[in-house]
Each structure stands twice: as structure tokens, then as C-alpha cells.
Ligand binder design. Structure first.
Ligand code: ZN
Length: 323
């Protein structure tokens, strides 16, 4: 066979294979143009407070230290006294953006987003925030805008710190989380003197989203077994406790608020994420408040892993979900 023709044919075959990969795998799971439907059932809660502790591993939150004390005593108490808990299994790539899209928009994102660094929307998608009456969100400028950008109308409000403050080598990244907690506190105290905001806050279908990047940042800089990472978990636990009591107080303990704490992805022992190791894919899920079942004591439960014993939570019903 003629050599140049052979080379050209070989190249062509490779090109066809390469293009077919994109054609077969890089397709969006989303279907557009459907009619929205609403349920006629009354909602179990009027409002949701969603805490996402970026980069928080399930075991880091649930395990006890050598003295048998928890890094997160408040959330531990929630698990055993008023809420439900489990492990939220994330999917590869274990990155912030696909994790948040799964949590807030409810689908595993288009893999072609990887070609855009997981920053831009390859396709427009609907989200919980867009379907809410109002959403207020606080946190990183890398995460919040993507849900505000696609939202129809002006009802998804974002409060971000400046991109420059996300110094991944920073001594103490817990400031990213205290920033969020402080701004939420200011927001609720200002709402008491602002009639428009006050009435908006008393609508149905309200979401508050607190994106807490400190744990992820401390995990990259100091690794998950460091005192910085663990200290940050303690800070988040305290912050969650304060925000819960503040929100309950603001709404006069009406029992219409649901609280959810989870994480977008975990982190390996050496401070990375993105792949499919259990340290990256297993994230915590704790939910309590309106519409959430109170803790159920059980004598046995079936899980293939040995975590229940390690975490000393074997008597509290664990309910896993796919993120
Ligand atoms: Zn990270």
C-alpha cells in the first residue's frame, strides 16, 4: 500500500475515534423545554437554611478524638437529639462546582464543564435557588455567582468576599467562615429595621445558603489531620449553632425552618480532591427542623463499611444518600 495514503488513513481513523469520545460522553444530561409542574401538597417547611462546609470529610465530622469528644459537639447533639444523619456519596470529579450543582440543581453536571475549568455554565440549568421565592447566599465568589447568573429575575442575592482573600496558603482560613457567619448575623439584625426586607423574609419558599470555604482551604494548606482543619470544624460547629439560634429567634420559634448541613466533597489525607477515593467521595449529611424525622434508635443496621462503630453512631439510624 502507498505509504502517504496509509498515514492519512491512519490519522483519519484516530480523528474519528477522538471526535466520537466527545460525541458519546460529553453530552448534557439535561432536557430543555418541559412544562414545570408544582405539587399540591403543603410544604413541610417554609424556609431552608443550607450550610455547605466545603471540603469537609464525613469521618472528620463524625469521628471522636482519643478522649471520646467530638470535633462538632453541637452537630453531634443534633444527630442524637433532633435530626437525621447519614453519608452523602458524591461522584467524580469531586470538585466544588459539580458538587454544588448536584446539591442545588439536582443533577450530575455535564462532563464537558471540565473543558471550562468547572467555572462557567456549559448549559443553562434550573436550580432550587431559581425556584425559590428569595435566596440569600454568603460565601466564595467562585461558587455563589453561578446560581445567581442563571436565575430568572432578581431574587437570588449573593454576598461574596473579595476573590483576593482566598489565599490558599493563609495562616488561618477560618476567617472565610467567620466572615460568612458575621455577615449573616448583620443581615438579620438589619432586617429588623428594614420593612421591605422584613416582609420578604416572611414569605414562603425562602432559602439561606451559607458556603463555608475555610475547611477546604485549611485542608489544602495543612491537610485534614492538622489542628487547623480540625479547629476549623469546631469553628463551623459553633457558627452553625449561633446561626440556628439566631434564625429560630428571628422567626419566633415558629418551627417552620429546616436546616441542612453537608459538604460538596471530601479530601485525601494529603490535602487534595477531585478523584474517587472514599476520603473524597464520602461527605456528611445532617438535617433537622421542619419536616425532618427525629433520631431513630436501632439495634442493627447494614452497611458494608466499618464507620458506624468507629464513629460510635451504630445505634442511631444512618440514612445515606447519593449527592
Ligand atoms: Zn478544594
Amino acid at each position: 500500500m502507498n505509504m502517504p495514503i496509509f498515514i492519512v488513513a491512519g490519522l483519519l481513523v484516530h480523528c474519528v475515534f477522538l471526535i466520537s469520545i466527545f460525541d458519546i460522553y460529553f453530552t448534557s444530561p439535561l432536557v430543555h423545554g418541559m412544562t414545570p409542574h408544582q405539587t399540591t401538597l403543603p410544604p413541610p417547611a417554609r424556609r431552608l437554611v443550607l450550610f455547605v462546609a466545603d471540603g469537609l470529610r464525613a469521618d472528620s465530622l463524625y469521628e471522636l478524638d482519643n478522649n471520646g469528644t467530638s470535633m462538632a459537639p453541637y452537630l453531634r447533639n443534633v444527630i442524637t437529639s433532633k435530626g437525621s444523619w447519614g453519608v452523602s456519596h458524591t461522584r467524580v470529579p469531586t470538585e466544588s462546582r459539580p458538587g454544588h450543582v448536584a446539591l442545588i440543581a439536582g443533577f450530575y453536571e455535564d462532563v464537558s464543564a471540565v473543558a471550562r475549568g468547572w467555572k462557567e455554565n456549559p448549559v443553562e440549568f434550573d436550580s432550587l435557588f431559581n425556584e425559590s421565592k428569595y435566596t440569600w447566599s454568603w460565601g466564595s465568589p467562585d461558587i455563589l455567582p453561578m446560581f445567581a447568573k442563571g436565575a430568572s429575575g432578581d431574587h437570588v442575592y449573593t454576598h461574596c468576599y473579595k476573590a483576593g482573600s482566598e489565599d490558599f496558603g493563609a495562616e488561618d482560613a477560618t476567617v472565610l467562615d467567620t466572615w460568612v457567619f458575621d455577615h449573616v448575623k448583620d443581615f438579620f439584625s438589619s432586617a429588623r429595621n428594614n420593612e421591605t426586607l422584613f416582609s420578604k423574609l416572611h414569605e414562603q419558599k425562602i432559602v439561606f445558603f451559607l458556603h463555608l470555604l475555610g475547611i477546604d482551604t485549611n485542608g489544602h494548606a495543612h491537610r485534614p489531620h492538622s489542628s487547623e482543619y480540625k479547629g476549623n470544624i469546631r469553628k463551623v460547629d459553633e457558627g452553625v449553632k449561633e446561626i440556628v439560634s439566631l434564625v429560630e429567634d428571628f422567626y419566633g420559634n415558629d418551627g417552620d425552618t429546616v436546616f441542612v448541613l453537608t459538604s460538596d466533597h471530601g479530601m485525601t489525607d494529603w490535602g487534595s480532591h477531585g478523584a474517587g477515593h472514599p476520603s473524597e467521595t464520602l461527605t456528611p449529611l445532617v438535617a433537622w427542623g421542619a419536616g425532618i424525622q427525629s433520631p431513630q434508635q436501632v439495634s442493627s443496621q447494614q452497611f458494608e463499611d466499618s464507620f458506624l462503630k468507629e464513629w460510635k453512631l451504630e445505634t442511631w439510624k444512618r440514612q445515606d444518600v447519593n449527592q
